[in-house]
Design a protein around this ligand. Structure first.
Ligand code: T4K
Length: 375
């Protein structure tokens, strides 16, 4: 029997939402206190809850992931104009953070398996002017953190991770934020765990906390002393209230997504033209994105054709991350070496609908539709 389209659009994701009654209770507290932002009681409680959840000691909440990343780079005190090696296969927020810090972006090719920055190609890009490496744990798949750490130590570089997709990822049981000098998690509405907009920075060195606090609060020390060039990166009380409730939903949402992950893998891995999402054995899954790769030589249609045809079934998959950041108008001028792997993979990837309420039955139907189109 031919597969029929969904009756309404199936988006790539849908945010988890707390019970409205519980949210109203949170709001009533805020209304009563009239403290809307600047480190109120919701912020304090939420910070403790996130630290407990992640199993980390040093964490700073932030208004969103992009601003958190700006501050992370700023906190590293890298020489103005120095070079930061990063990946072109990411959301524009990653290179933008380098640019906004008056640093030079150096794009490195990606690993053919993890799709993260290729640690084996970093050293050839290092010059006397290199100051840092900015890796992205794309789709929650970890970078080669151990190799990157070795390179950084050898060349005296800072390591910053854009872990927007890797909330709750662990490597060998260690929270991913323990690697590198500082890592950013995003709590955007499109993420597994959301505070509407929001994010945090996690860092192994406790002393970074004070610096980040100053950076996110205008550099203010007290009413008369401003010690640093801070901006306003604070998370407010409404975001924190949302987070206090949604963090308790992450475990259940993760369990639901695990079933969808297994369903997609089971059905889609039957066909050699589709490469299903895999994580290294020593890493836990963040369950933020579900990505497949379409191998054109083995499929009837291309990734782009599949993406378009899925729309006809009301399935709104997304081509994260196509095009590469090097192709964006604002970064086209940057001279890069060849990026053969990133240029190949950008045409293969497709992120499928992935959220708990999608349910296993709908995931099965999506997978069957994909198979019927590509085989
Ligand atoms: N680094 C990396 C590697 C990132 O991927 C991101 C963000 C950042 C840094 C920056 O972190 P934040 O500053 O955002 O915390 C989305 C998100 O806006 C963005 O957060 C995310 N990465 C990126 C990968 O995806 P769009 O433009 O694709 O989102 P949009 O609005 O098209 O949403 C996708 C689908 O989600 C919609 O079709 C429907 C659904 N949706 C979306 C929203 C916003 C909802 O159901 N409800 C909603 O409220 O960028």
């Amino acid at each position: 029997m031919p597969l029929s389209p969904f009756s309404s659009p199936i988006y790539v994701t849908r945010p988890i939402l707390p019970d409205l009654k519980l949210m109203n209770e949170q709001l009533a507290d805020i209304w009563q206190s009239r403290v809307l932002t600047n480190y109120g009681s919701k912020h304090k409680l939420f910070e403790v809850k996130v630290k407990d959840f992640l199993g980390v000691e040093n964490l700073s909440l932030s208004v969103n992931g992009a601003v958190a990343l700006l501050m992370a780079l700023k906190a590293m005190e890298l020489p103005v104009g120095s070079e930061v090696i990063t990946t072109p296969f990411t959301f524009p927020a990653t290179p933008h953070a380098i640019h906004w810090n008056n640093l030079k972006i150096v794009f490195c090719d990606i690993d053919p398996v993890t799709m993260c920055i290729d640690a084996n190609k970093i050293e050839e890009l290092i010059t006397p002017n290199t100051s840092a490496i900015l890796g992205v744990h794309v789709y929650g798949i970890p970078c080669d953190v151990k190799k990157i750490d070795e390179i950084a130590k050898k060349h005296n570089l800072k390591v910053i991770y854009d872990a927007a997709h890797a909330f709750n990822t662990k490597i060998d049981g260690v929270p991913i934020g323990h690697y590198g000098d500082v890592s950013m998690h995003s709590f955007h509405a499109t993420k597994l765990f959301n505070t509407v907009e929001g994010g945090c920075l996690v860092y192994p060195d406790e002393s970074l906390g004070l610096k980040l606090y100053r950076l996110e609060n205008f550099g203010i020390v007290n009413e008369e002393i401003v010690a640093d060039f801070g901006i306003n990166g604070k998370m407010n009380e409404l975001q924190s209230a949302m987070g206090i409730l949604t963090i308790d939903m992450v475990k259940e949402e993760t369990e639901k997504r695990k079933k969808i992950f297994d369903t997609y893998n089971r059905i889609l891995s039957q066909f050699e033209g589709i490469e299903v999402m895999k994580l290294p054995e020593n890493a836990t899954n963040s369950y933020q994105y579900y990505v497949i790769r379409i191998h054109r030589d083995k499929c009837k249609i291309s990734r782009n054709e599949l993406y378009e045809k899925l729309k006809g079934f009301n399935i709104m998959a997304r081509k994260y991350f196509y095009p590469l950041c090097t192709e964006y108008y604002c970064y086209k001028h940057i001279k890069t070496g060849p990026l053969p792997v990133a240029n190949k993979i950008k045409n293969e990837v497709l992120c499928l609908p992935y959220y708990g309420d999608l349910g296993v039955e709908n995931a099965e139907k999506i997978a069957e539709i994909i198979l019927s189109l590509v085989k």
